[in-house]
Design a protein around this ligand. Structure first.
Ligand code: NAD
Length: 237
């Protein structure tokens, strides 16, 4: 794989960096991407609060099925390489749109989840947070009696405020921004690399194909992130 020497030098000389990851970073683990032709997500109209209110049991069961599929998957070399990046950059964080917990499983300590986590739940009424729940019947909150839902961000919902603030701080204060396996069309996550660029970071995209962001970023490496990232890491040492 070709990566220009000046790009490698730019990364080597940087003190701070972070990565924004999307569904493509978990694709080599066997979790389908949102817009891919295969798997769980392809026939689904994206969920919204309205669809949950109309048919909470169906939405609950679908998420249980997704969670059980995800539970069988393991981190791949792209997750492990991002965990290793913690040893070469100060305060390295992964800002992820993924809900699958695989960055944490691979050993990343600072994971900022923009779209929640499939293993966590919350009360749809009072917001009380719950861990994993195995009931097939949609559970009710022990505090207020409201329905419990997965703690993931559905279409049209705002992102968790604290996660967004943290992600923005990384975007504004890092020398390098890696953009890995994201189509760059889901907002506001897609604006994070642009904020980084505006603030002077060198922004490098790793994706199988050109994305909505490509033309605005500094450098693109096309291919499988689980192959490119380990190779890139070796060349930085
Ligand atoms: P997306 O499905 O819109 O785009 C995936 C991107 O990854 C595409 O640009 C594709 O070219 C690229 N890609 C696929 N395989 C790759 C590989 N091996 N190496 C490098 N690039 C690869 O995903 P998105 O941009 O993350 O947005 C979709 C939304 O769906 C997100 O908000 C996310 O929360 C959710 N989602 C999450 C998961 C997960 O948790 N694993 C999976 C699917 C969707």
């Amino acid at each position: 794989m070709k990566i220009d020497d000046e790009v490698l030098e730019r990364i080597r000389s940087a003190k701070t960096a972070f990565a924004l990851t999307g569904a493509g970073s978990s694709e080599p683990s066997g979790i389908p991407t949102f817009r891919g032709n295969e798997g769980f997500w392809k026939d689904k109209t994206p969920f919204t609060v309205e669809s949950f209110n109309e048919n909470p049991q169906e939405v609950w069961e679908w998420h249980l099925e997704i969670r059980e599929m995800i539970k069988k998957k393991l981190p791949n070399p792209s997750h492990f390489t991002l965990a290793k990046m913690q040893s070469i950059f100060k305060n390295f964080a992964v800002v992820t749109q993924n809900i699958d917990n695989l960055h944490q499983k691979a050993g990343s300590n600072k994971v900022i989840e923009l779209h929640g986590n499939i293993y966590r739940n919350k009360c749809n009424n009072c917001g009380k947070i719950f861990g994993e729940i195995n009931s097939k019947k949609i559970p009710e909150c022990d505090k207020c009696g409201g329905l419990i839902r997965p703690d993931v961000v559905w279409f049209g919902e705002p992102l968790p405020y604290k996660a967004l603030i943290k992600a923005r701080a990384y975007a504004e204060n890092s020398h390098i921004c890696f953009v890995i396996g994201t189509s760059g069309v889901v907002q506001p996550a897609a604006s994070i690399p642009l904020i980084s660029k505006e603030k002077g970071a060198f922004v490098i995209e790793i994706n199988r194909e050109t994305t909505a962001l490509s033309e605005y970023l500094d450098y693109s490496i096309f291919g499988d992130a689980s192959v490119i990232l380990p190779d890139l890491y070796e060349r930085l040492l």
